[in-house]
Design a protein around this ligand. Structure first.
Ligand code: NAD
Length: 496
């Protein structure tokens, strides 16, 4: 195949009505006129400022949350569920406001932002339902003479640290289980995309969440924040989503206070397409697994392994799809791929492409940025990527499909597992035995079988190996915010 390139195609501009809608939400937040600047990644324009909280403000937030948490821990399960239901209804009623705000500050196309609102609000609904069903049980000691009652109680004040790529969903999938379990929270969203968290928390308060129970802290000094807050004795839990290096630093700090820790860290997802895959399904699934959020997803398909017999057809079909994507502002009505989060990411994509080509890969489409404001990089397909190239070894976090070829099932699995990460993997085959056998042997916490979007509020999302600890979503996600205790009740025969 020869290069399909469209460098000259103009980028799609934002719809002014969309900008206006997002900006009227921003105005309703009553943010300060200075502090940390938040930019629209499609234009570089500053759209708001959020407070740059210092350590003192963070510790004050801990104090307030801790105080409000005492009553919340004693609230009935039904009260918690009702408040979460009310928050869910508010969020859903503001779907369009949230979607426009997400697009404006993070850059994803509006249709995808609506998808994130659906996904993000699903966690609130799930935990509203789960709140009234805490696990617990009653058992007998094997040797008799006593009964055991196991109970769940809130773990205590939870510090939640979230990344920029899913500004709503990353917040709700931590806040909702924390509240359901009876915990107060201090949440620190990424400074690149803090506005959605501020808005979602404002809606939570309007819905009846006690005012001080959720504290939002934004700061440019995240190291100082975590050093102060994670060592505070009132804090009992840390839940972090972000990169593995930062996760390691936080685990170090957490160890000093022996905090319950949940870590959703980096990925390097393999996606394997076998000769017996349904070609259309495999192309659609790969397209979704690669380009959702512009490739800026921790479960994004990173290393695409295609078996020799289907490879030429698969590569041709995927390239054709990539080459006709509309690129532009997330708030453009026809946009299918938005900007990357910052200009460093654009530079990084160019470096990955150039390095891969220098090491022998074939560039089939894209491979370039744009001569225009904003952080745009063209949807890119690289074939015959070599294992020693940077794009094969790193978490790409951008719109580059990096394709390698393989011959046998064993070879594919060995190569897929040759990484310290273990978040998600994907398998495309119409053979059920092969699908399950390969899924069983992939060293990942999540496997998408014949589909590219495996996440769901009812699923226990999380990684193994260096991709993290703990699970988010599902009943397991609630346990992350609960202590398990038991009472050993001595029994004696009282019959006369
Ligand atoms: P990052 O680790 O740089 O930042 C994540 C968050 O941590 C941000 O809010 C940042 O301000 C904050 N942070 C950074 N240093 C900190 C410190 N010392 N103390 C406290 N907070 C600190 O990651 P990122 O670039 O924002 O996000 C991309 C990474 O996140 C990727 O590696 C991706 O795989 C990962 N991610 C993982 C999941 C998952 O569920 N496993 C989901 C989304 C993103």
């Amino acid at each position: 195949m020869s290069l399909i390139s469209d460098v000259t195609t103009p980028l799609i501009a934002a719809d002014p009505a969309g900008i206006q809608r997002a900006d009227s939400v921003i105005q309703s937040l009553n943010l300060p006129g200075s502090g940390i600047a938040v930019q629209d990644p499609a234009t570089g324009e500053t759209i708001a400022h959020v407070p740059d909280h210092d350590v003192e403000a963070a510790l004050e937030a801990v104090a307030k949350a801790d105080k409000a948490g005492a009553a919340w821990a004693k609230s009935s399960l039904r009260q918690r569920a009702d408040v979460l239901h009310a928050w869910y209804n508010k969020l859903v009623a503001h779907t369009e406001d949230l979607a426009h705000l997400i697009s404006r500050e993070m850059g994803k196309p509006l249709a995808e932002a609506r998808g994130e609102v659906k996904y993000g609000t699903d966690f609130v609904r799930w935990y509203a339902e789960e709140a009234v069903r805490p696990a617990g049980n009653f058992r007998e000691t094997p040797d008799g003479g006593a009964s055991l009652l196991t109970r769940r109680s809130p773990v205590g004040l939870a510090v939640l640290i979230t990344p920029w790529n899913f500004p709503l969903a990353m917040a709700t999938r931590k806040i909702a289980p924390a509240l359901a379990a009876g915990c107060p929270v201090v949440i620190k969203p990424a400074t690149l995309t803090p506005l959605t968290t501020y808005f979602a928390v404002q809606l939570a308060i309007e819905a009846g969440v006690p005012e001080d129970l959720i504290q939002v802290i934004t700061t440019s000094k995240s190291g100082a924040f975590s050093e102060a807050v994670l060592l505070d004795p009132r804090v009992r839990k840390v839940s972090f989503t972000g990169s593995t290096p930062v996760g390691r630093q936080l685990l170090n700090l957490a160890s000093q206070n022996v905090l319950r820790s949940s870590m959703e860290l980096g990925g390097n997802a393999p996606l394997i397409v076998f000769n017996d895959a349904d070609l259309q399904r495999a192309v659609d699934g790969t397209f979704a697994a690669k380009l959702r959020n512009g490739g800026q997803s921790c479960i994004g398909a990173n290393r695409i392994y295609v078996q020799d017999g289907i490879a030429d057809d698969f590569v041709a079909a995927l390239t054709e799809r990539f080459a006709r994507i509309n690129v532009g502002s997330g708030l453009g009505t026809q946009t299918e791929l938005g900007p990357l989060i910052d200009d460093r990411a654009v530079t990084q994509m160019q470096a990955y492409t150039d390095n891969a080509v220098a090491l022998g890969a074939t560039l089939l489409t894209g491979g370039h940025g744009y001569d225009s404001p904003g952080n745009f990089f063209a949807p890119t397909v690289l074939d015959h990527v070599t294992e020693d190239s940077d794009v094969a070894k790193s978490e790409i976090f951008g719109p580059i499909a990096a394709i390698q070829r393989f011959s046998t099932e064993t070879e594919a699995i060995t190569r897929a597992n040759a990484t310290e990460f273990g978040l998600a993997g994907y398998v495309f085959t119409e053979n059920l035995d092969r699908a399950l056998n390969v899924a069983d042997r992939l060293e990942t916490g999540i496997v998408g079988i014949n589909q590219g979007v495996p996440s769901n509020a009812g699923a226990p999302f999380g990684g193994i190996k260096q991709s993290g600890l703990g699970r988010e979503g599902s009943a397991e996600g609630l346990e992350e915010y609960e202590n398990i205790r038991f009472y050993n009740i001595a029994r004696r025969d009282t019959a006369q």
